[in-house]
Unconditional design. Structure first.
Lengths: 310, 278
């Protein structure tokens, strides 16, 4: 199992995939050193297009490239990649159904000190609401590598949500990522936690704390937020007494809502708590400090579990 | 000027074709009861030259040929003329135009373009995106080693969108000389004359400052249009053709009128217009 930031894993995966697949082209909006797409550019300069700080132009250029049979990975900081381009994504990517992968790095409060203009907390909501768009957020290095490959093979628009900080390895090479499939990370009893991205790691830390008190919830990794693994969610929610969702994203329109929609549609009524940003902007501070102050840390998850089982 | 390898029908024939396209565009807008006649007519001569003057290297029977030249209508509201051109060029039967702006349209002839319609590369309808998309296509075909050209028709009001100038910088950076923008400079937008919304002048200076190969022509002079479209590519600069046009060109009571941006003619106006389009 390999530790490291998911953005780093993406940068490495692009090179490996690009070496054997000439259809892969990569675009960046002037942040390729941070988004890690630069490595691809150094290796395959003909297939790398740094569009400067012009996200709208980048997204539509990617769409144009896609119409010529390329698989276009348009990479940037999630805040600006999506925030400045909702219309471009809707018309030239989603509605036109072009083979563009929007890769947003630096997501959530985990970004830390750069503050709320750099902490993207509404991107899952944006992208889930867009017809034709799928949404994937990997939890660790291995899953990022496999998901990058899967998205290169998948034909159609996708949003790939990556993070800035280092995360612990959760999966080894025996893991098999599939678009649309969740995965039970740890089988327990009583309560099920559905987590996505960095919150899988945070949930595992919470579970270590709970284990000392003899509490062993089940943890499920939901890496495809759309289309969501409805069958697994129904199966897991039905076989546990309570449900918790965990995401580094606003609580409107993200994982919590997506799981809640599945449960409501299936008429499954369970105690239900959402660990998420509570519809406000955060502030500057380190990622862990913000997680503690804004309710996303392992402590908060552990507390929510205890509270649900009381 | 290099001699074009393509057959060039004579100017008189092209003018006749443009007239037929205007009649067809007005007919489908009239039948639909909605649409954009003004911007369709200002672009009619430019599009007639591109599609029927032997400029666009394409084959409607093989619309996915990766080596084809591409055409993008960035000012996507002018579907009246666009669909008429595509039908006449053979992408689908003219009878399918009956589905224009109607539910369950056989060729997905929506108010604004979508690639479900044969001959259309990408959706448009939100202004400002087409030049970037066209540039992406220009980069992609170049990567594949083809000498395809990409023609993008822009509206003049559309140049208010900042993204156009992002794309202008990008095409200069990548020396995308196979990208050819044509500004349908009809001086009139939905709300007002373009100059009063936000003046574009000095427009040639703007494109020159972005390091494009700039040409300015009368967009209703078929000879001038054909001459500029037959110029060999600039060795490295992308090209912009600023075509001075008249909104509603061809129908006296529509010409230069904001009111004819986005309304269909009444039966009376339709009959009157057809009498002029001869």
């Amino acid at each position: 199992m390999k530790d490291g930031p998911t953005r780093d894993a993406y940068g490495q995966a692009l090179i490996d995939i690009g070496a054997n697949d000439p259809r892969i082209v990569v675009l960046d909006a002037g942040v390729s050193d941070s988004s890690r797409s630069k490595k691809f550019g150094d290796k395959f300069p003909d297939r790398f297009f740094n569009m400067g700080i012009a996200e709208a132009d980048m997204v539509c250029t990617a769409a144009g490239l896609a119409t010529t049979g390329k698989v276009a990975f348009a990479t940037g900081f999630a805040c600006f990649l999506l925030g400045r381009t909702m219309d471009q994504i809707l018309v030239s990517v989603a509605y036109s159904n072009t083979n563009v992968k929007l890769v947003g790095t630096h997501t959530g409060l985990a970004v830390g000190e750069d503050g709320p203009t750099a902490q993207m907390i509404v991107d899952i909501a944006y992208m889930r609401a867009m017809p034709n768009m799928i949404v994937v957020q990997p939890a660790d290095w291995e899953e990022t590598v496999q998901a990058t490959r899967a998205l290169a093979e998948y034909k159609g628009p996708a949003y790939f949500r990556l993070g800035r900080p280092k995360v612990k390895g959760i999966f080894d090479s025996s893991y098999k990522f599939n678009i649309g499939k969740g995965r039970v990370v740890k089988k327990g009893s009583d309560l099920v936690i559905f987590a996505t991205g960095i919150m899988v790691q945070e949930s595992l830390t919470a579970m270590e704390m709970l284990e000392k008190d003899g509490i062993n919830p089940t943890l499920v990794n939901i890496s495809t937020l759309k289309p969501i693994d409805r069958d697994l969610i129904i199966e897991m929610a039905s076989s546990h007494k309570a449900v918790i969702t965990a995401e580094d994203h606003n609580y409107i329109g993200g994982l919590g809502d997506a799981v809640g929609e599945v449960l409501l549609d299936a008429q499954i009524s369970k105690p239900f708590k959402r660990i998420a940003v509570k519809d406000h902007f955060a502030e500057t501070g380190t990622g862990p400090e913000l997680f503690e102050k804004y309710g996303l840390s392992a402590n908060h998850i552990a507390h929510a579990v205890r509270d649900s089982l009381r | 000027m290099n001699e074009s390898p393509l057959t060039i029908p004579d100017i008189t024939q092209l003018k006749k074709t443009a007239l037929e396209l205007r009649r067809l565009a007005l007919k489908i807008i009239f039948q639909a009861g909605s649409g954009h006649p003004g911007g369709s007519f200002s672009a009619a001569d430019l599009m007639a030259a591109l599609f029927f003057g032997g400029i666009l290297d394409h084959d409607p029977s093989n619309p996915d040929d990766p080596k084809r030249d591409r055409f993008l209508l960035s000012k996507g509201h002018a579907t009246g003329i666009y669909y008429s051109v595509l039908a006449k060029a053979g992408y689908f039967p003219e009878s399918d135009l009956e589905g224009y702006r109607k539910i369950n349209s056989a060729r997905f002839l929506s108010g604004h373009p979508h690639p479900k319609t044969p001959g259309i590369e990408i959706a448009s309808g939100s202004l400002g995106q087409g030049l970037s998309v066209g540039h992406g296509i220009a980069l992609g075909t170049r990567l594949d080693g083809y000498d395809s050209k990409v023609y993008v028709i822009l509206g003049d009001g559309e140049l208010h969108e900042g993204q156009i100038w992002e794309a202008a910088m990008s095409a200069d950076k990548f020396k995308s000389n196979n990208l050819i923008a044509i500004v349908d400079y009809n001086k009139v937008a939905q709300d007002n004359i373009t100059r009063d919304l936000k003046d574009l002048e000095p427009l040639e200076d703007k494109w020159n400052a972005f390091n494009w190969d700039v040409h300015r022509i009368d967009g209703h002079n078929m000879k001038a249009i054909m001459d500029v479209l037959q110029l060999p590519l600039h060795p490295e600069k992308p090209r912009v053709i600023i075509a001075d046009t008249i909104k509603g060109k061809g129908v006296s009571f529509m010409e230069g009128k904001t009111a004819w941006h986005g309304v269909a003619p009444s039966q009376e106006d339709y009959d009157k217009a057809l009498k002029e389009l001869v």
